[in-house]
Design a protein around this ligand. Structure first.
Ligand code: TRP
Ligand code: SF4
Length: 359
């Protein structure tokens, strides 16, 4: 079994946990778990106890993740990484947000200038609009962080081409470089001080964590880095019911930003767990477990657990019909988008005041 971080298609969560020896995420081991953690959307990770302990004992640790400035906009699924970053930031992590401009250049053929422009005009303000505190975040572009170079070179001596092939299914030089750069991203903060680290990402990024952790083991004498931890969230499903929302299917994808009317139009066509007829649904109830609209409520739209529970029950008992339920989703989305846009404009005006590493 293989996960391709540059292609990532179907993932069966349980199989992945077994095949790659991930830990199941348990929300009760973390203080004040966020919505995604409480609801099992964050489902797995690596070395989680080290992070839970760091939070509880107020030890130093950092959270780090990367933006791929490939697309012009985000989609709903992307927002989960930031919500998890925000959780760790609020629980004491030093936070790093990097722009993977070198990776975008070699893996997606986007120029550094284009990547930079997109990141500054869109991705970074969007991440701030989603709740990352810019005053407490250190930003950088891979191409401008000189501390990465030394690590990429040092790490290149510790891996082999066949190992790359085993992990990624390819050993093209540019993929190898991108992967080593990501390992350097994850570890460079420890050049200053050895400490625990949490990387919140989608499950498609796990191969990079496996590689990084192998490198940590092999450079024990040279660097003595603390093993990085990770947490993974499930994907936001595509509106047509397939596993992952993707910009390649625009009618099944809710963009960020997206016009509330368009989003609502798409939502109305989404796959539900509803029955053939209204009568049948009143009698038998719907199937929220199989419903994309319910999944959106659960992952993104309904913050309050009791309210979510009510929707679930009212669906099950046939009290709530899909039409009303979709209407709730439309309204919540419009509220969310409204707030996002306000925060985005505000964040955009402040981009030039952010702290970037550039040496
Ligand atoms: N490869 C990541 C992506 O495709 C981006 C990335 C680069 C990253 N460096 C990272 C993510 C370090 C987490 C940690 O989205
Ligand atoms: Fe899904 Fe809502 Fe219909 Fe239930 S009522 S099946 S949760 S859309």
């Amino acid at each position: 079994m293989l996960i391709d971080p540059w292609g990532a298609e179907l993932v069966e969560y349980e199989k992945v946990i077994k095949a790659f020896g991930l830990e199941l995420f348990k929300a009760d081991s973390f203080p004040e778990p966020n919505r995604l953690m409480r609801r099992g959307i964050v489902f797995a990770g690596r070395d989680l106890k080290r992070i839970a302990d760091a939070i509880k004992k107020k030890k130093k640790f950092y959270a780090l993740t990367g933006i791929m400035p490939t697309a012009e906009k985000l989609h709903f699924g992307n927002k989960m990484v930031i919500e998890n970053m925000r959780y760790f930031q609020e629980h004491g992590a030093k936070t790093f947000l990097l722009v993977a401009d070198l990776e975008a250049m070699i893996a997606r053929k986007i120029s550094l200038e284009e990547a930079r422009k997109r990141a500054l005009e869109f991705h970074i303000p969007a991440y701030i609009a989603l709740g990352l505190d810019p005053k407490k975040t250190i930003f950088y572009f891979q191409s401008e962080n000189r501390r990465l170079t030394r690590l990429v070179y040092a790490f290149s001596r510790r891996v082999t081409a066949s190992e790359f092939r085993a992990i990624y299914g390819t050993n093209d030089p540019e993929r190898m470089l991108a992967a080593l750069t990501q390992a350097a991203d994850i570890l460079f903060p420890q050049l200053e001080k050895r400490m625990a680290c949490i990387v919140p990402v989608g499950i498609d990024q796990d191969p990079h964590l496996r590689l990084t952790r192998d490198i940590v083991r092999r450079t024990k004498n040279e660097f003595g880095f603390v093993m990085p931890s990770s947490i993974y969230h499930k994907y936001t499903p595509s509106l047509d019911g397939s596993i992952k929302m993707s910009k390649s299917k625009p009618e099944s994808c809710i963009g960020l930003p997206e016009d509330a009317k368009d989003a609502c139009r798409k939502l109305k066509k989404a796959l539900t767990g509803g029955r053939e007829t209204i009568d049948e649904q009143r009698k038998k109830g719907g199937q929220p477990e199989k419903c994309v609209v319910f999944e959106l409520h659960k992952q993104h739209l309904i913050e309050d657990d009791d309210e979510l529970g009510r929707i679930f029950n009212d669906c099950k008992t046939g009290k709530l019909l899909c039409k009303e339920c979709k209407q709730i989703a439309c309204e919540r989305f419009a509220e969310f988008m409204d707030l996002f846009e306000k925060r985005f404009e505000k964040a955009k005006r402040k981009v030039d005041k952010l702290r970037f590493i550039s040496e």
